[in-house]
Design a protein around this ligand. Structure first.
Ligand code: PMP
Length: 371
């Protein structure tokens, strides 16, 4: 049997495993930060209508520039943050992973470097590597906040071309201070002044769940800043695969150099537009989930867990002697959470009240033996 490593693949991919959380069929699945609520039926009906309309034109390529969708996303950002964003500042792709990939293809690549402050979203490192961009793992404090001085020093010394700041951060749930992003932006521009500065990407995949406002207004006067977003979490549409960014129009023009023509199908564009029509209902679910998340933090603390403050739709908790053994013990009770490799800790996504109750019950059962 031929194995991957028998093939003439690129050297840096040898011995690597593909990214992916286990997709196991267990009663309580709280491992991938999905929204537990199915889309409301009126939205499902509207999607069917919009997709039928799109289907009548599927003999043609889709709108390559996704103009109507970008218009809608810009209106959503403006409406929810109070900071005016225009269509020319917005770009969309198949999930924010693809947005990040396009950014790295444009601003990273062979001979260039990207930095992130770990533990953080592991795809930042993986997409960096797969685009030939060298990855630098930057530091974090014990409480998982970013150590501004250490981060600034790392940026000044290592002069990365791309800086990732994930806020709220996955897997820890911690939001990043506005001043931290400003300090990193300035340090990155200074360090790479000779080459026109460095791109700073603020990954706001979970920002709708945050206690704090979006960092989107920081785009003002900062052409090398990008905010990335997704419909996978707050919009409850992980299956749709729709991510987007907001930045200076020049950044949007720059990613055109690497995007595949017609990358966003007409079906995807139609579905995302339907979802945007139901923003108010979907943001209502977000409010429920925020309350459930806060409850999870309180209850896990009451059980005796060490819990990281969360601004996302998930909570990092511990401390376990062996987090993988604790993960398995929860799985044995029908509850799937995530082991992100952070020593002693696991991550649980806020689910429905019933799912959260089942999860907390399972934690109560295993806590003594595993902490
Ligand atoms: N950024 C962060 C921080 C994430 O956690 C995720 C999903 N787990 C993504 C981006 C990618 O999401 P998607 O590709 O579904 O938009």
């Amino acid at each position: 049997m031929t194995r991957i490593d028998d093939l003439p693949i690129r050297g840096e991919l040898r011995g690597k495993s593909p990214y992916g959380a286990p997709q196991l069929d267990v009663p309580v699945q709280l491992n991938t930060n999905e929204n537990p609520y199915a889309l409301p039926e009126p939205l499902v009906a509207r999607i069917a209508e919009r997709v039928a309309e799109a289907a009548r034109g599927l003999n043609r390529y889709p709108d390559r520039d996704a103009v109507e969708l970008r218009e809608g996303l810009a209106a959503y950002l403006t409406g929810t943050t109070g900071y005016e964003v225009t269509r020319r500042q917005v770009w969309a792709a198949n999930g924010s992973n693809e947005v990040i990939q396009q950014l790295l293809q444009t601003f990273g690549g062979p001979g260039r470097t990207a930095i992130g402050f770990e533990p953080s979203y592991s795809m930042h490192a993986l997409i960096s590597r797969s685009t030939g961009t060298d990855w630098i793992s930057g530091p974090r404090n014990e409480d998982f906040t970013i150590d501004v001085e250490a981060a600034r020093r790392a940026v000044a010394e290592l002069r990365p071309d791309v800086v990732f700041v994930c806020s709220p951060n996955n897997p820890t749930g911690t939001a990043v201070e506005r001043d931290t992003v400003l300090a990193l932006y300035e340090a990155a521009q200074e360090a790479r002044a000779a080459t026109g500065g460095a791109l700073v990407v603020v990954d706001e995949a979970y920002v709708e769940f945050s206690h704090r406002p979006s960092l989107l207004p920081l785009l003002e006067g900062r052409p090398n800043l990008v905010v990335s977003r997704t419909m996978s979490k707050a919009f409850g549409a992980a299956g749709l695969r729709l991510g987007y960014l907001a930045a200076d129009p020049a950044v949007v023009d720059a990613v055109q150099l690497v995007r595949l023509p017609y990358h966003l199908s007409a079906v995807t564009q139609a579905t995302a537009l339907a979802a945007l029509e139901h923003t108010a209902t979907l943001l209502g679910y977000v409010e429920q989930l925020k309350a459930e998340r806060d409850k999870l933090v309180a209850e896990l603390t009451a059980i005796g867990c060490e819990v990281t403050e969360s601004d996302a739709n998930f909570v990092q908790f511990g401390l376990f002697k062996d987090s993988h053994a604790a993960w398995q013990a929860l799985l044995d009770r029908g509850v799937l959470v995530r082991d992100n490799g952070v020593p002693g800790r696991l991550r649980v996504t806020a689910g429905t009240p019933e799912e959260n109750r089942a999860f907390l019950e399972a934690v109560r059962e295993i806590i003594k033996e595993h902490s």
